[in-house]
Design a protein around this ligand. Sequence first.
Ligand code: GLU
Length: 329
Amino acid sequence: MKKVLMLSVAVVFGLALLLGGAPADVQAKTTFVTIGTGGITGVYYPTGGAIAKMVNAKRKEYGIRATVESTGGSAFNINAIMAGDLEFGVVQSDRQYQAYKGEEGSEWAGKPQPDLRAVFSIHPESVTLCASVDSGIKSVMDLKGKRVNLGNPGSGHLQNSKDTLMAVGLDPEKDLKAEYIKAAEAPGLLQDGRIDAFFYTVGHPSGAFKEATAGKTKVMFVAIEGSGIDKLVADNSYYAKSFVPVQNYPGAVNDADVPTFGVKATFCTSAAVPDEVVYAIVKEVFDNFDKFKKLHPAYAVLTKEGMLEGLSAPIHPGALKYYKEAGLK
Ligand code: GLU
């Protein structure tokens, strides 16, 4: 039996050589990696796609085949990377900080993730609150008693929604009718009048807010500001003041940018992922930076130096090797 098997392997291999040789050779060396993203109407999903596209174009050179998975978001991605189910993931900078440190009050309280590694940071993300005009919601306080989607478990934004509510003195469990559904479903529910508002921490423009603002129901972005929010931002190094650029969404009733706070999207991996794989991905993105920047309008503000900021887990050695070679570290 063994002999027969070996013989057929030899025949197949010989045939492959005869037909050009390359396929069997490349396949033997291919490393498959999966990038965890978020919902398909967010910015993580096209971000994973942009990175995969660039790396896959050099498959012959690097022997890497990257695929992208739509997931529940940041928290899911961190846990899946740590479990070895994903090699890479897009992760909010605040979630990266909390997971690495096992921060009190976060889902990793008492469970730090010392093997989490940062690769680079990407686009800024704003904690965005969108409400139907008919709901009468004009401030975070007005969410009292309303039906509001805070985000699905596994998402990065669920904690931002809760932090926002608590910063103004609202109890997410008791003071409103909280929903915990995926961001991809929220725009449809808002348009159908089944929720009054939803939170989503995301880069702009995003498909989700294009959808939310393009229907029959008039909607507006609600400012997230005031002394409670100032304190929240001052107390947490991973939060910074931000705004929603409304020119991206002509369907929204706002006529000026809307103040809020935000974080950064970051690209993360595990200490267990080989240096050469991380090096190849970083090299591809940074050597072709201008090309990468054109892949999504949310990347317009990116600089190479800025992509090394907002990282709280140690930088993966494969990435560090490139940054040193490029004089960035
Ligand atoms: N920030 C969201 C999260 O961490 C995802 C946003 C997106 O998919 O662009 O779950």
